[in-house]
Design a protein around this ligand. Sequence first.
Ligand SMILES: NC(=O)c1ccc[n+]([C@@H]2O[C@H](COP(=O)([O-])OP(=O)(O)OC[C@H]3O[C@@H](n4cnc5c(N)ncnc54)[C@H](OP(=O)(O)O)[C@@H]3O)[C@@H](O)[C@H]2O)c1
Length: 169
Amino acid sequence: MKTILWATLTGNGNYAQSSPNNPPKKEALGDFAAHAQAAGNMIVGRRTFEGMQAGSGGGTFAGMDIVVVSASVKDIPGVTVVGSPREALSYLLDKGYQTALISGGADLHNAFLGQGLVDELIFNVAPVLEGKGLNLLIDAEKYQYKEVELLNFKSLGSGVVQLHYAISH
Ligand SMILES: NC(=O)c1ccc[n+]([C@@H]2O[C@H](COP(=O)([O-])OP(=O)(O)OC[C@H]3O[C@@H](n4cnc5c(N)ncnc54)[C@H](OP(=O)(O)O)[C@@H]3O)[C@@H](O)[C@H]2O)c1
């Protein structure tokens, strides 16, 4: 099973944080929905899932296998809760998925990246700059830098540019 990490970045290279005053661009949301539909699943951190529930994202993902990673919560109605990134992958692998879509947030992405569990990266760079920001990070003990292979790039419209990379293991 292939693992794809999908994330929106800012123009100054941070992990984008959305808020009511700075919502994600509709092009980025549409792209996420297309990848989630294609994969049939999404893996999200507990905080991002709570944000999805508070927003209007619920209906868009009806029928999809939503896997919430949490060390503190054991059960959420309507979704599968697991205790670690590896458990999330093993659940989706057992269900026969070809692709697992790792959907955020930063804490969860960094857990997958730090454990070397990501095969491909899809970064949508939004035309915004952030004054503060989160970073996506790989295992600092093992790597100072790690080269990745650019598979594709394209414009999604409204200034959003998509970069698609493969990570070798
Ligand atoms: N740029 C983007 O593409 C994008 C996408 C989605 C969200 N976001 C943004 O990201 C922010 C939320 O991200 P976040 O970093 O605060 O939280 P998050 O990654 O959504 O959730 C963090 C929680 O997930 C659980 N978790 C993470 N790693 C784990 C591990 N290795 N083992 C067990 N549980 C683990 C923990 O839950 P427990 O505390 O329950 O143990 C942790 O508190 C929001 O600002 C949102 O707007 C951005």
